[in-house]
Design a protein around this ligand. Structure first.
Ligand code: MN
Length: 395
C-alpha cells in the first residue's frame, strides 16, 4: 500500500481529479483518475471492475449525475488513505487513450468576438459582422465524431477544393491556410430520449465534464464550400481533444455569469443565472505562447447550447460532445484562431523570430488551460497537442 500526495498548489490535486483512460504494456485500456503526477486505476481503487474496467468512460458516465457525485466523494476519501500499489502508475509510465467513445459531435460558435471577427473577414461588405440570428440562438453545425483524436496524434494536412476570389476556376490541392480553433468541449454524460428536450436548468445534470478542443480548420476549403450549408470538409478531417475529462463538479468555483444577453433570449434559453466558466486558455505555437483566450467572455452558456441542441426533440447520447466554438476575447492577443490573430494572414505574428500566418508542415500547436478551484487552488486541463505533417499524396 502507498500513501499518495499532491500539494494544494498542484493543478491536479484533490480539488480536480479528472478522468481518463490509460494502459500499460500488455494490458487492456482502463478508466483512471489523475492525482498529481499519478494515474490511479479506478476499478482497483474503488473495487468496481463493472464500472471502470473498460476502455472508455461511457459506462461510468451513463450511470448519471448522482453517481458522479458519489464516485467523486469516494475517490477523494480513498486517496486520503493508503492506496493499493497495483492501482498506482507514474504518469510518464502509461499510455493515455481517447477517454470516451464519442457519439455525436456538434460545434457551436458561442463567442461574439470570434463571430464578429469572422464576419468581417469572410463577408467584408456586410453591414453587420454578426448575422441576424446570432444573438437569438447558439449557432452550430454537426461535425464528424470519427475524426476526433487524442492529443499527440499527428494531423495530416488536408487536401481539397478551393477557389480564391481571383481564380477563374476551382483548384485541388493541399490546404494553404491551415488554422486552429481553441475551444472547450463539453461531454454529455447522460442524454435525452427523442422528443424530450433538456431544459437549461437541467443541463448541468447531463454534462459530465470538459475537455480542451482544437478544431483544426482548413480556411481555403471552408471559404469555398461553406455557402449555403456551413462547414463541411474544411472541418471534418481532424479535431484534437485533451486526454483528461475535468468533471463539471470540479468547476463550481469557476462558474461566472456570461456577458449580458441583449436582446433578451426566448423563454427556452432564459436562465436566472446563465453560467459560463472562468477558464483561461493558452495557445503555444512551436512552444511560444501566441494567444490567451478567456472562456469567461463567451456569450452563450454551455447549458443554453445543450438546451438549444435538444429543443427540437433531437436525442443526445452518453458520449456526445459539443464544442463551444473558438474562444476569443476582445483583445488581439486573446483571439483563438490564427485567421483572427493574423487578420486573414495580413498581419503576421512572430513565432521564434519568424513572421508567421498559417500553419506549416512540422508546426506544433499545444492548447492548455487553467481555472479557479476552491480556496485559491487552480484546476489544470492538461493539454491538447498536435503536429502538422505533409498532405497525403493524392490519388
Ligand atoms: Mn470550431
Amino acid at each position: 500500500m502507498t500513501r499518495l500526495t499532491a500539494s494544494g498548489a498542484d493543478l491536479f490535486g484533490l480539488h480536480n481529479l479528472p478522468y481518463g483512460v490509460y494502459s500499460v504494456a500488455g494490458a487492456e485500456p482502463r478508466v483512471a483518475v489523475r492525482y498529481g503526477g499519478f494515474v490511479v486505476d479506478l476499478a482497483l481503487l474503488l473495487d468496481d471492475a463493472e464500472t471502470f474496467a473498460h476502455p472508455f468512460l461511457n459506462t461510468f458516465m451513463a450511470q448519471g449525475h448522482e453517481r458522479w457525485i458519489a464516485v467523486r466523494a469516494a475517490i477523494k476519501e480513498a486517496l486520503e488513505e493508503d492506496v493499493p500499489d497495483e492501482a498506482v502508475h507514474e504518469l510518464g509510465a502509461v499510455t493515455l487513450h481517447l477517454p470516451f467513445d464519442v457519439a455525436d459531435y456538434v460545434d457551436f460558435y458561442a463567442s461574439a468576438h470570434h463571430a464578429s471577427n469572422l464576419g468581417r473577414l469572410f463577408r467584408r461588405d456586410a453591414p453587420d459582422p454578426l448575422m441576424p440570428n446570432w444573438k437569438h440562438l447558439p449557432v452550430g453545425y454537426h461535425g464528424r465524431s470519427a475524426s476526433i483524436v487524442l492529443s499527440g496524434t499527428d494531423i495530416v494536412r488536408p487536401s481539397g477544393q478551393r477557389k480564391g476570389p481571383g481564380d477563374p476556376a476551382p483548384v485541388f490541392g493541399p490546404e494553404p491556410r491551415l488554422d486552429i480553433e481553441a475551444e472547450l468541449g463539453f461531454v454529455v454524460g447522460t442524454g435525452n430520449p427523442m422528443g424530450a428536450p433538456i431544459s437549461v436548468d437541467d443541463a448541468e445534470r447531463h454534462i459530465f465534464g470538459v475537455v480542451l478542443f482544437n478544431d483544426w480548420s482548413a480556411r481555403a476549403i471552408q471559404a469555398w464550400e461553406y455557402v449555403p450549408l456551413g462547414p463541411n470538409l474544411g472541418k471534418s478531417f481532424a479535431s484534437t481533444i485533451s486526454p483528461w475529462v475535468v468533471p463539471l463538479l470540479a468547476l463550481e468555483a469557476a462558474h461566472v455569469r456570461v456577458p449580458d444577453q441583449d436582446p433578451a433570449v426566448l423563454p427556452y434559453l432564459a436562465m436566472e443565472n446563465p453560467w459560463g466558466l472562468d477558464v483561461d486558455l493558452e495557445v503555444a505555437w512551436n512552444g511560444q505562447v501566441v494567444t490567451r483566450p478567456p472562456y469567461s467572455a463567451m456569450y452563450w452558456s454551455p447549458a443554453q447550447m445543450l438546451a438549444h441542441l435538444t429543443v427540437n426533440g433531437a436525442p443526445t447520447r452518453t458520449g456526445d460532445l459539443f464544442a463551444s466554438g473558438t474562444v476569443s476575447g476582445p483583445a488581439k492577443d486573446q483571439r483563438g484562431a490564427l485567421i483572427e490573430l493574423t487578420w486573414g494572414g495580413q498581419e503576421p505574428v512572430t513565432v521564434n523570430g519568424d513572421d508567421r500566418t498559417f500553419l506549416e508542415d512540422g508546426d506544433e500547436i499545444a492548447l492548455t488551460a487553467t481555472a479557479p478551484g476552491p480556496g485559491g487552488a487552480r484546476i489544470g486541463f492538461g493539454e491538447a497537442r498536435g503536429r502538422i505533417v505533409s498532405a497525403a499524396r493524392s490519388a
